[in-house]
Design a protein around this ligand. Structure first.
Ligand code: NDP
Length: 334
């Protein structure tokens, strides 16, 4: 296939694993893609925190060069050798190492394993699916973990950290729709009106959680969705109610966990890990189905900005600086 399509490409500019990387907008053909049994005409991708790490090279997310970044995409099947998909099917992909070890979604065309795809949920557009993206789907996985640990709305409020970011924004909208009282922790007081519009009942400054605290603190929330990690996660656990649960998915504030076992052994608190990349197909179908039902579309649109491929590099830098509010959708053909 010699037809050209636009793509963002990360390349190494020297020899060896520590060589610097460069990113450019270019034109590729399907010969540049990697093996797979489904070819997708990509409509939209997104900029997630991990894309920020990959494109800036801040962390060694990309493990094969050259690489098209973009850990997720939504589009239409062009050709398929996979039994579950035929041309014209609308599909969503996130995770499985796409944008890390397999050519990703920041391109108008992708070739992937059909097993990695899920059908676009009914009533959802490609643009909606990528407004949700990996961040929103991860927020849903976190809510599913809270439900699995019986954190019902009548048990008490649920805290969301990194509230104005992508995972945080979708988590607030979901939890509010499901009837929870939501406490949003943010470093951006200027986003209070935005967070309240999404469904936050109370807003706290993230500095309340970012300094090393006591191993056990006054119980404040029945559950939490934590995107920050580090000291914040330790403090979140310390202030969780008896038999509460914390879904931990992120490390925007740090990858360590400098806390105590006391919340676990004296209060029966559960720390539930959430990974979106290798989640099973059943879990993915459940999460995407629940997103179709439980995420208010007007709120989704209110938290989303759309950009073209040429603006992705800047967005990647901005997301690592915590400057992006909500979600960033990439129209890969713009
Ligand atoms: P965003 O950058 O959109 O949001 C992160 C938010 O965290 C920021 O908006 C900011 O919120 C807060 N924050 C940033 N830096 C700090 C800091 N130093 N200390 C405290 N808070 C900080 O990223 P996403 O929402 O897309 O992702 C959030 C995290 O979840 C990332 O670490 C990402 O890697 C992880 N993630 C994990 C997945 C998994 O599979 N486990 C999947 C998807 C994401 P505010 O301004 O409101 O304070």
């Amino acid at each position: 296939m010699t037809e050209k399509f636009r793509a963002l490409l990360i390349e190494k500019t020297g020899e060896g694993k520590d060589a610097p990387q460069s990113v450019r907008l270019t034109e590729l053909t399907e010969d540049d893609l990697m093996a797979g049994d489904v070819v997708v005409d990509v409509d939209y991708s997104t900029v997630n925190y991990k894309d920020g790490l990959a494109i800036t090279g801040a962390s060694p997310v990309v493990r094969r060069f050259p690489m098209i970044p973009g850990i997720d995409f939504a589009g239409t099947v062009l050709r398929s050798e996979h039994a579950d998909y035929k041309p014209g099917d609308q599909v969503v992909l996130n995770g499985w190492g796409v944008g890390e070890t397999h050519m990703g979604g920041h391109a108008a065309r992708a070739r992937v394993k059909g097993d990695w795809l899920v059908p676009l949920p009914g009533g959802m557009t490609s643009a909606d699916a990528m407004a949700i993206g990996t961040a929103g789907y991860t927020a849903m996985l976190c809510v599913l973990e809270l439900e699995r640990h019986d954190i019902r709305p009548d048990r008490g409020p649920v805290l969301v950290t990194g509230a104005a970011g992508g995972v945080g924004s979708v988590a607030i909208a979901l939890l509010n729709h499901l009837g929870y009282s939501v406490i949003a922790s943010t470093g951006r007081a200027s986003e209070s009106a935005y967070l309240k519009h999404l469904g936050a009942d109370e807003i706290i400054d993230r500095s309340e959680l970012s300094e090393k605290g006591k191993p056990l603190a006054k119980p404040r929330w029945a559950g939490a969705v934590d995107t920050v990690g580090g000291v914040t996660l330790a403090n979140v656990l310390a202030a969780t109610h008896y038999d509460g649960a914390v879904a931990a998915c992120g490390l925007a504030g740090g990858g360590d966990l400098p806390g105590s076992v006391l919340p676990f052994i004296l209060r029966g608190v559960t720390l539930a890990g959430v990974d979106s990349v290798m989640a099973s197909k059943d879990k993915r179908l459940l999460a995407w189905g629940r997103l179709a039902d439980d995420l208010d579309r007007a709120k989704l649109h209110a938290m989303t900005q759309e950009i073209g491929l040429g603006q992705v590099t800047q967005a990647a830098e901005d997301i690592l600086k915590g400057k992006i509010r909500g979600r960033m959708v990439v129209d890969v053909k713009a």
